[in-house]
Design a protein around this ligand. Structure first.
Ligand code: ADP
Ligand code: MG
Length: 298
């Protein structure tokens, strides 16, 4: 898996050269596992400790683009100050001649997006269990004045023992740092974006709750709440359309399905004032409803 790049300059009849490992600082890159706006994500190995990690690199051309550069630095700054069982664990960062990189724990199972591609929809009890863990992660961030702004299945990781790890802080906004405030700019993925973000207003903790509602919807029903062929249509639906639920017969119905549906309705209110007061309230409510949804037990 490691040391996959061959030495291109070898003569045709020479003995094959030992593959030349690609390194970022002390990390040897393995397989590419992701690709995002600003760079690539690889599985990598620490050359001394042997630890297997995930490494996110800033693409060379992106490093010269102020917006990507700022996004990368913002992610680094936020990751360094957070530590929670339901947030992707930050390990290291650095800059070498190849560019900047961020190192986090590696989650072999991948993201909720991968899981939904495979299973399409999840049973209500699992949905509520994941929702509780996400609400806990959001409560941790929001009480530290951090708004994630990009809650979506591709940024939510799942371990083999069913623990949620929220990741990708590239768009997260730390309200305690005034210079990084971006206003009047629409960021995030339209499929999971709150009406106020679409309007270009500042995203608040309540905007993350709306996106959480969209993610819970997709976990339960296998499709995002609003879908049309173009992003503007989706934006319009977030702003104007009533929420609809698929036919009950098409759902993996269990004792928790109705509770999950009520929660979605509350979280996806168009007006932030009508949504639950905080991620903590959502978490507490889920815990009361169903003690096993605290996330402590898989
Ligand atoms: N720690 C990790 N473990 C496993 N896969 C990862 C990890 N970090 C990122 N990935 C994969 O790479 C993709 C992009 O990573 P992400 O942090 O969301 O970057 P971007 O800011 O470019 O969206 C993820 O959706 C996931 O598939
Ligand atoms: Mg992402």
């Amino acid at each position: 898996m490691f040391g996959w790049r061959n030495n291109q300059s070898q003569a045709a009849n020479a003995t094959p050269a030992t593959p030349e490992p690609v390194r970022f600082g002390p990390y040897e890159l393995g397989e590419q596992i992701g690709r995002g706006g600003a760079g690539f994500v690889f599985v990598a190995k620490h050359t001394e400790t042997g630890e297997i990690v995930a490494i996110k690199t800033l693409r060379q051309h992106a490093a010269h683009d102020e917006q990507f550069d700022r996004r990368f630095m913002r992610e680094m700054a936020i990751l360094q100050k957070i530590n929670h069982p339901h947030l992707l664990k930050y390990l290291d960062c650095g800059i070498d001649e190849r560019g900047a990189y961020i190192v986090t724990e590696y989650i072999p199972r991948g993201t909720l997006s991968h899981v939904l591609q495979k299973h399409s929809m999840l049973p209500g009890s699992t949905v509520l269990q994941y929702a509780a863990q996400l609400a806990r992660a959001l409560d941790y961030l929001h009480t530290r004045a951090i708004v994630h702004r990009d809650i979506k299945p591709a940024n939510i990781f799942l371990t083999n023992d069913h623990q949620i790890k929220l990741g990708d802080f590239g768009l997260a906004l730390d309200s305690t740092k005034a210079s990084l405030t971006v206003s009047g700019m629409t960021v995030g993925s339209v499929m999971y974006m709150s009406p106020e973000q679409i309007r270009g207003s500042k995203a608040t903790s309540s905007s993350d709750l709306y996106s959480l509602g969209c993610v819970i919807y997709e976990m339960l029903y296998g499709v995002p709440p609003f879908k049309t062929s173009n992003p503007y249509g989706i934006m319009e639906m977030h702003l104007e359309s009533d929420l609809r639920f698929p036919d009950e017969r098409l759902v993996r119905k269990d004792a928790s399905t109705d509770e999950a549906r009520i929660l979605i309705q509350e979280l996806m209110q168009k007006s932030p004032e009508s949504r639950p007061e905080s991620a903590r309230k959502v978490y507490e409510r889920l815990t009361k409803l169903r003690p096993e949804t605290t996330g402590e037990t898989p």
